[in-house]
Each structure stands twice: as structure tokens, then as C-alpha cells.
Design a protein around this ligand. Sequence first.
Ligand code: FAD
Ligand code: EGU
Length: 471
Amino acid sequence: MERSASRQSRKKVVAVVGGGLVGALNACFFAKRGFDVELFESREDIRRAKIVKGRSINLALSHRGRQALKHVGLEEKIVAQGIPMHARMIHSLDGKQSPIPYGRKGQYILSVDRANLNKELLTAAETYPNTKMNFDHKLQDWNAETGLMTFVRLDGSKEQVKADLIVGCDGAFSAVRKQFLRRSRFDYSQTYIPHGYMELTMPPINGEFAMKPNYLHIWPRNTFMMIALPNLDKTFTCTLFMPFEDFEKITTGDEVIEFFQKYFPDTIPLIGADTLQRDYFRLPAQAMVSVKCNPYHIGDTCVLMGDAAHAVVPFYGQGMNAGFEDCIVFDEIMDQFNEDFRAVLPEYTRVRVPDDHAIADLAMYNYIEMRAHVNSKWFIFRKYVDNILHFFMPKTIIPLYTMVTFTRTRYHEAVKRWHWQNKVINRGLLLSAVGAVLGGSYLLIKNPPDINKLIVSAEKMWDRLVALRTL
Ligand code: FAD
Ligand code: EGU
């Protein structure tokens, strides 16, 4: 059966494939412009579903994501349902907790519930009279020449739909992207990292949060890391990141407790030993993939956004934020080029690819950095240095995470600026070192020490060195 989605209207038909976070938001953006929007989502309507399977339970929403929500009038509503996190709380192995602020008072990120955010976005998209939601529609294939899409339903039936523009928001394993892969001069790379993640719930204690709620809790342990974000129901969702091979080494409840006793002892009484042993085996660890590609469009008929265009590893908390920012960037270009897809799509690729690639690289860089040598002491030290330098030179030195999290500085420009700042800092350090040597020499020449005293102390020094060697 063929159905033409193009109704008798002046406006073009935009098919948004994927009703996840970015797809649902994008439906709002296109509907606001007056397009006839058809959203296709493979799952059933999550607002009606009893069990929602899927990825992480909560996410960190920051400035870029909020700006995108603001464009469609949703910022206030979503922020009201989020929990502000003003600082990280670093948990050392000995149980000590150290807060490190994200910035000034107004600089905080929000912990938001993924399922709730998705529901709100779908409801918002639906309130436009020019949107139509099609759940239980899984894109099977589409034709890049004709723009004809084939969807399969749960009952096995197929449906063919045509649209003027196909917007691929169908996530990291995008079916829309498959047609790109068959084309010449399409760059594509995909990398699975050796780590997996597992989510564990920390219940409330006596009806209250088990830890301080307005923080992003972090347990940095080099190759192992755990992060916890607060939920409105006073639980925390803890996400354990660990190499798959280590996940597989733990096969019994006793081994789970032994492992947590060694690396995250403070969390055992909070999660509860029984819950921990049960939840650890409830679901296998999930994989994380990084995807980069270029271009993001085919002609004037198809464009990729969100994870479909750029899946990033979660070590900067930017995946959704970057996907939401994609929508703003596209919208701005639509204004510039009068909604002429032939001009808008190539411009979107030109502008957005360098930035999405930059955040993909940054997230991967941070993953490698954290795994290599970030324990709690190092993390605290590094963030302190960042904040102190920023305090004394607020115009010159802006921490990278600040530019990424609290501004809309283009990601690739944030990286460039970061390299420049590192040069300035290194020069500063080098200059101080040279200054110390020169200054010291000058003082020595001006006030030469008694040579005999020097020799004696040199002898002492030698004795000490010998003593050290024989220790
Ligand atoms: P998805 O959310 O994957 O949605 C894709 C949608 O398309 C789904 O609904 C799917 O059912 C549908 N679909 C798939 N295939 C088809 C098809 N063939 N036909 C029709 N529909 C289809 N980001 C942040 O900003 N902050 C964080 O703190 C953060 N933490 C994270 C923690 C973890 C552990 C992980 C894994 C990710 C995290 N992210 C975070 C990233 C974030 O989850 C993603 O970037 C975001 O979900 C991308 O949204 P999306 O709509 O592009 O894709
Ligand atoms: C990972 C998984 C702390 C949610 C990166 C910081 C993350 C989040 C950090 C997850 C870290 C790491 C930053 C934010 C955020 C930090 C950030 C990571 C939210 C550099 C639900 N990261 N995340 N950086 O600075 O900029 O606090 O699953 F541990 S929020 Cl890995 Cl700001």
C-alpha cells in the first residue's frame, strides 16, 4: 500500500525518522516553521507503554540543550522538572567527599529524567496541528533517488511514505544513515570503546536522598569509574563504567560485594548489599560507541541529526546537548537561506561537521584521560587548578568544560581556544622557571656563599644519596 503524505497544502512535508530526544524536539522545530511534519518512531508510544526499555535513566542537561528547548518554549517546563547540580562531589576511596563547584552561583547543570523529557517533547510536538505521530513504524529502507521510505509495523505489514525532506534522528545505529554508506565520498568511522556501563539504583533512606542531592557524584578510580545523578523520586542512578573484561570477571554475588568493598566501599550501605547483588546481574553491561561521519546530507532530500550523525561516548555529558544544538544550528541556517533545502543542507554540513567532530574527539579524549590516570586526588587537583587560573585571569583562561557546558561557543572553537590557553599556561610556567633560575643565579653571584660551607653540605648531600640507594 502506498500512501502519499503530501497533503494539499502549500508547505512541504518533513518526515522526522526517530521519536527519541532529538527527533521529538526536531518535530517541534519544523512544526513551528509551519511544515507538515510526520514523525515515525519504531517503538510504541512511550507515554502509553508500561515498561520503557532503553538507555540511561537520567542525563545531564546543560546550556546548549536548554537553549534549544527555549526555542520551542519548553525550557522552563523541563528545568522545573530537573534537579540542579551546582558542583561535582568527588568520593575518595577512604569515603571522603570533596565538592568542586562548576562555576559561579548561576552555573549549574540539571539532572533530567530521559523518559520524562522524551514524553514532554512528544506531547509538545503533538500540540502543533500540523504534526502527525506515527508510532510502531520502523524504517526498514529508503531510496535516496526517489525519497520513498518503507516502514514495517509490529504485525509485519509494510507502509510506503514519501516526503520532501527526510530528517534522520534514529540514533547511533541509524537506518537512515545506511543509504549514506552506499554512496561515494561518504566518510564514516565507528569505534566501540573497551568499557561498558551498568546502571544501579540507590534508594532513598528514610524517605530522603541517600547522598547530597544537588551534586554530580563521581568516584574516579582510573580504569573504573562511577557517576551518580539524582532523580525526583529521591533515588540516585549510579552508572558504573568498567572494561567489559572486568565486568565478565565478576560472576557471583560475593564477588560483586568484594569488588565494591575494594573500590566503592562507601556505596555498599547506600545501595544495599542485597540490591547490589541482584541489580548487578539484572542486565548485562551496555556498550558505548563513537560514530563520526561526513557529510550529514544527501542532496536536498535527507539530513542526519543527533546520534544518527554523531554518537559520542558519554564522558563529557554532551551527547543530547549536542544533538539539541544541531536543531538550533539547522534552524538558524533555515532563516539565512529562506528554507531552501538545496542551500540549507550543504551549509548545515559545512557548519556543523567540524563542531560535532570536535565534541566526539573531546569526549573520547576525556575517556582516555580519565582511564589513564584520574584518581580522586588528581581529579580534585586538576579542577582546582582550572578554577584558580580562571579566578585570577577570568578573561584569559576559561576552563574547557566551562566553554563546553555553559556557553554556546562552537565546539571546534572551544578546542582551539583550549590549545591556545595551554600554550599560555605552559609559557607562563616556563617563564617562571627561567625566572627562578636566573634570579637564583643572580643572588648567588651577588652573595657568593662560603665555599667551605658549600663543600661540606655537598658531602652531606652525597651521604644522603648513598643512604637513599641502600634503603
Ligand atoms: P536516541 O535517543 O537513540 O533516539 C533514537 C530514536 O529513534 C529511538 O526512539 C529509536 O526507537 C528510534 N529508531 C531507531 N531506529 C529506528 C528506525 N529504523 N525507524 C524508526 N525509528 C527508529 N547526553 C547528554 O547530553 N548528557 C548526559 O548526561 C548523557 N549521558 C549519557 C549516559 C550514557 C550512559 C549514554 C549511553 C549516553 C548519554 N548521553 C548523554 C547521550 C544521549 O543519550 C544521546 O546523545 C541522545 O539520546 C541522542 O538522542 P537521539 O534522539 O539522537 O537518539
Ligand atoms: C557521564 C555519564 C566529570 C552523565 C566528565 C566531569 C557523564 C554524565 C566531566 C553520565 C566526569 C566526566 C561534564 C559535565 C558530565 C565534570 C564535564 C559526564 C554527565 C569534563 C548519566 N561531564 N557528565 N566533564 O566536569 O564537562 O564534572 O551518565 F566524571 S556533566 Cl567523565 Cl559538566
